[in-house]
Design a protein. Structure first.
Length: 365
């Protein structure tokens, strides 16, 4: 019998936090307290407590977080930033929006920026920064990146849009490099009910982020630079804060679902590999299909009522807006063969069994 299995189901998150969310929203409305103030201060304090970061700047979106972080680190006109082509477009978009130049680097088996794939460069003129991505919810080897960055005096920015709650060597993401950027887009593991994000790091840098997010404002009437209107609104702050209480429980349930996928499918498709240094947060569960079968598998699953997605179908460096002629063989191969399966913390076991059986049926197992 054909089922209807969504790719993601966000409503149970609200159901589990309904009382906290509804009460918090009611208080915001009653006080007409919609932007900044103690609500945001409390939210930022809770993010710091969870991540171990010294300071946090809540912000209007994950994209805003990247732009303000780059600005806070002094990245701009004439600077080169190394990043990956296998990511959501906002990673590259942020670099260009601060008038820097992205240089794309290929990825390794964990889908991270591969230091072994960097082109030759003048040690006297290294990139100003590396903007690396914790793709799908897992960090790269950050110690290795930090060692390389220290050698050449390169700044590190972590695009952790997909990895809130993940860990590197038993430390939470958010306090590992110069600045870490989070997205609380509704579909993220910790999601708002609209756009929201945050930047974490040391207080000096985070204070700069706070200035850029608020029109370049130093005090109420002092504007030290040109900034943005990139503040989080208080409704989103209290929604994310209510969900923060549940995030570890949700991630543990999601990890169990992902382990089950891997146990059942690992001899049929290439399943996600967990790095020895990492505790994966599984923003999405992405398989790598045998070459040339992805689109047919997606169609087959769709006919059985199973919604899937592709993260990402086209590498950034091959899209019209950012195509610079770069060739990244691993990235381009991956984008043609990956598929994201349904994965959320309330996915019923019987529905997961149905997905697993459908994948096996397609490949004749």
């Amino acid at each position: 019998m054909k089922k209807n299995i969504p790719f993601v189901n966000l409503f149970p998150q609200y159901q589990e936090c309904k009382s906290d969310i509804d009460n918090a929203i009611k208080k915001i409305i009653e006080k007409s307290d919609f932007i900044t103030g103690s609500t945001v201060d409390n939210f930022e304090s809770n993010i710091c407590s969870y991540t171990g970061a010294e300071a946090c700047a809540s912000i209007g979106s994950g994209t805003n977080a990247l732009v303000c972080a780059l600005r806070a680190l002094g990245i701009g006109q004439g600077d080169t930033v190394w990043t990956v082509g296998h990511t959501f477009v906002s990673t590259t978009e942020a670099i260009i929006n601060v008038h820097a130049r992205p240089e794309f680097i290929d990825i390794d088996k964990f889908y991270h920026l591969d230091l072994n794939a960097i082109p030759e460069f003048d040690p006297e003129c290294p990139p100003a920064a590396i903007l690396f991505v914790d793709l799908y919810g897992q960090t790269p080897d950050i110690d290795k990146l930090k060692k390389f960055a220290k050698k050449y005096k390169i700044k590190l920015i972590e695009d952790a849009a997909q990895s809130f709650g993940a860990e590197y060597k038993n430390k939470k993401v958010g306090n590992l490099v110069d600045l870490t950027c989070f997205s609380f887009n509704p579909v993220k593991n910790l999601g708002a009910m609209g756009d929201a994000g945050a930047v974490t790091g040391n207080k000096k840098l985070v204070d700069k982020v706070k200035m850029y997010r608020d029109h370049g404002r130093k005090t109420k009437f002092e504007y030290d630079t040109v900034g943005y209107n990139a503040r989080i609104d208080n409704l989103q702050a209290v929604i994310v804060q209510a969900k923060l209480k549940k995030i570890d429980e949700w991630l543990d349930k999601k990890r169990a679902i992902c382990r089950r996928y891997t146990e059942q499918l690992n001899n049929i498709v290439k399943c996600p590999q967990e790095a020895p240094w990492a505790k994966h947060s599984y923003y999405v569960y992405v398989i790598e299909t045998p070459k040339g079968t992805r689109d047919k598998l997606q169609l087959f699953l769709g006919q059985k009522g199973i919604a899937t997605n592709i993260h990402y179908k086209f590498p950034t460096h091959k899209t019209k807006a950012f195509d610079d002629g770069t060739s990244l063989p691993r990235t381009e191969y991956v984008c043609k063969n990956i598929l994201s399966l349904p994965c959320y913390h309330t996915l019923p076991e019987k529905d997961q069994d149905y997905v697993i059986s459908a994948v096996k049926e397609f490949y004749g197992n």
